[in-house]
Write a protein that binds this ligand. Sequence first.
Ligand SMILES: [Zn+2]
Length: 143
Amino acid sequence: MAAIHLKSSVVSDFLRHAEKEYPNECCGFIIGTDDTKTKKGVEYLPAANTKDTNRERRFLIDPLAYQEAEDTADERGLSIISIVHSHPDHPDKPSEFDRNHAWPGFSYIIVSVENGNAKNYRSWQLAPDRNNFNEEIIKIIQE
Ligand SMILES: [Zn+2]
């Protein structure tokens, strides 16, 4: 199984964001480095969920927010390696909607939030044939 390394501050930041946006879905980016062997996330950049309706079940990231995250990553010599979103009162597994909207190469981290408390999170990568997601191991690092 592939692995993604995340700074502990990145994890606490996206968990807090997921709880703050409850009962709506939160979304954001993780920027970091992507070597051939290991992906390493060093900073979480929250984004607004710009979906007009049904924000409890769907999220939409403004292309401008995506551009801003990319610019921030560029300035630090990093790149966007992961897109995070939450599933309020649903498991941390990708939905059919998630699969249809995912891009290969990114790690999709899904946070399950129950009654306002972030419970679990897992990381997923779209298979090259787009038919399913493969889970990635998350390793928490201190720096
Ligand atoms: Zn989802």
